[in-house]
Design a protein around this ligand. Structure first.
Ligand SMILES: [Ca+2]
Ligand SMILES: [Ca+2]
Ligand SMILES: [Ca+2]
Length: 348
């Protein structure tokens, strides 16, 4: 392609098959300022009435089935030249950043004839293992998420182009009558790795929720809907947040909470995680066993007397006076024994 367009300098951009040429944009804002009016000029150039469609299905192992179709909406036969370019989205050789679409090889590079009002269709299997960069490297590592396919139909009429200020670097320009591109979006990763863990017990009432997700498509930003509540089909709590954490506020003791995350990418494709649950400690369940019995005041008493018994905080100060002591142990024991009038408080 360098020879075909008689390249003068890098960076150079050939728009519309060489109808417009830009050499030497120095920055991203500079490039946008230069490219935009050229693209608009190209877009307003009259062209034959063609519809070009391109699609592909991934077969695995760098292989894909590519389909192309050209609908000729004009009343005369169309003759042109089809090129279908298999490109990466991000250079696997590390050129630049995202979205520079390095060209790997052609899927079609041939003349096409389409009857008036007719359709030209074709499909091919393109396998990266069977194509290479001319330096001994095949494209067997190509992945679905890093593949884009660009198609263009060139008009056969010759024009004189110049790759630099005329008459420098002349080239044979064939303008583009139709263009299309395709890539395949994948939904976000299913939300996973919850904190608190699914089924966790004795979860701190100040806990925040955290999870993992993401998206295989480069540049795809993920938003989350958070469903949270005490029903096992929890209601929507927040919609479309970017963070993969959620603060449900101060929770109540002795409650099982349910939550679910739906991840959305920028193409409105979503993945729904499972419903997760966790339980906060029961007031008075000093040892965190999930039930209230005499082992709880015993555990509290042992701690009070300097003997170690692991207890769950937030459940021990059952008279809510700010300390854990024998008064709490007594209250828990009386409550367990069913003596009326002893209400465990835990200050929640
Ligand atoms: Ca995606
Ligand atoms: Ca207990
Ligand atoms: Ca107390």
């Amino acid at each position: 392609m360098i020879n075909e367009y008689n390249l003068y300098a890098v960076p150079a951009v050939f728009f519309d098959g060489g109808y417009q040429v830009d050499v030497g944009a120095g920055s991203i804002p500079g490039a946008e300022a230069e490219y935009r009016p050229l693209i608009e000029v190209c877009g307003s150039r009259p062209v034959p009435d063609l519809d070009l469609g391109i699609s592909f299905t991934w077969l695995g192992d760098a292989s894909m089935n590519i389909q192309v179709e050209i609908q000729n909406n004009d009343t005369s036969m169309y003759e042109g030249y089809l090129r279908v370019y298999v490109c990466e989205i991000r250079s696997s050789l590390g050129w630049g950043t995202y979205f520079n679409f390095p060209f790997l090889d052609y899927a079609w590079d041939e003349s096409v004839y389409v009857e008036a009002g007719g359709m030209w269709q074709d499909s091919t299997i393109w396998d990266g293992n069977d194509h290479n960069d001319g330096h001994g490297h095949d494209f067997g590592n190509l992945t679905l998420e890093n593949t884009t396919i660009i198609a263009a139909v060139f008009n056969p009429e010759w024009h004189q182009g110049y790759a630099y200020t005329p008459p420098q670097n002349p080239f044979d320009a064939y303008y583009v009558d139709a263009a299309a591109a395709v890539w395949i979006n994948s939904p976000p990763y299913t939300p996973n790795d919850p904190t608190p863990e699914d089924g966790a017990v004795n979860v701190n009432i100040d806990a925040n929720l955290e999870w993992s997700s993401g998206d295989i498509n480069l540049g795809d930003t993920i938003r989350y809907d958070v469903y949270f509540g005490t029903s096992d089909t929890p209601p929507l709590a927040v919609s479309g947040q970017f963070d993969s954490t959620y603060d449900p506020g101060t929770l109540e003791l002795g409650i099982t909470y349910y939550w679910q995350i739906v991840a959305w990418d920028i193409h409105d494709t979503s993945s729904t995680g499972p419903v997760w649950s966790f339980t906060t400690p029961l007031c008075g369940d000093v040892n965190g066993s999930g039930t209230l019995d005499l082992s709880d005041p015993i555990c509290l008493s042992m701690n009070y007397l300097g003997r170690y018994c692991q207890f769950v905080t937030q459940t021990t100060d059952v008279n809510c006076d700010g300390t854990y002591d024998l008064a709490d142990a007594l209250l828990i024991a009386k409550s367990y024994l069913g003596i009326p009038g002893f209400v465990l408080d835990c200050c929640d």
